[in-house]
Design a protein around this ligand. Structure first.
Ligand SMILES: [Zn+2]
Length: 224
């Protein structure tokens, strides 16, 4: 049983009060219909993968007793700042994405795989942001997923420094959604969809369920 639910159930008899007290996660579907992000090896826009995974994450978080506020799921959020505004008042902002590689490495993209997480040091709640990102990364590793480490590499990636190398978390200070958010915020890259095998895996509902579960476990732990 979720700790806050047990606590609230013990103190308040009204069911509505339980819902109002549970932590709320703002779940952001990365990109939008006009600019849908990376195009996968099989031609699927990243937005579609982000949306499918975000809905699975919502289902899992709600089943765990948390409240979820969806952002950008209709594909009409072109302005990043609007996303941040829409997340105000939530306990955590999580932006869901799928990854690519630098253009010159696209011909060898099958060599790049794994999940990654990003937080901004300019977010006013960087400690909490990092705690949540690390918790999610730890649960992803526990579920058998691997970290992509290339974002930290100055040649293969963008030299994004590690915030928590063990759990695949990087600092990306200019990341708009994390930087402007007033709530703790993180960006999650589920895996590399320009890698053939990885895309096939990420397209499976079983994989999406495993990832959603890892995110929900991590979020639950860091918000407790
Ligand atoms: Zn993206």
């Amino acid at each position: 049983m979720r700790r806050w639910l047990a606590l609230v159930a013990a103190c308040l008899p009204a069911a509505a009060a339980v819902g109002a007290t549970a932590p709320e996660v703002a779940l952001d579907v990365g990109h939008f219909l006009e600019k849908p992000g990376v195009i996968s090896v099989t031609g699927v826009p990243e937005f579609e993968y982000n949306k499918a995974l975000a809905f699975k994450v919502r289902e899992t978080l709600e089943a765990a007793g948390l409240r979820v506020r969806m952002i950008g799921e209709r594909g009409d959020f072109a302005d990043l700042y609007e996303r941040v505004k829409a997340a105000r008042g939530a306990d955590l902002f999580v932006s869901i994405h799928h990854d690519s590689v630098q253009e010159q490495y696209l011909p060898v993209a099958d060599k790049f795989a794994g999940f990654s997480l990003f937080v901004s040091r300019t977010n006013p709640q960087v400690t909490k942001s990092l705690a949540c990102a690390s918790a999610i990364g730890a649960q992803m590793l526990k579920a058998g997923f691997t970290r992509s480490l290339y974002h930290a590499d100055p040649v293969l990636g963008e030299a994004r420094p590690f915030a928590d190398e063990t759990n695949g978390v990087h600092y990306f200070d200019n990341l708009a959604v994390a930087k402007h958010a007033t709530t703790p915020a993180l960006l999650f890259e589920a895996g590399v969809i320009v890698n053939r095998n990885e895309e096939a895996r990420l397209a499976r509902p079983e994989t999406q369920a495993l990832i959603a579960n890892a995110i929900a476990q991590g979020v639950t732990r860091c918000l407790e």
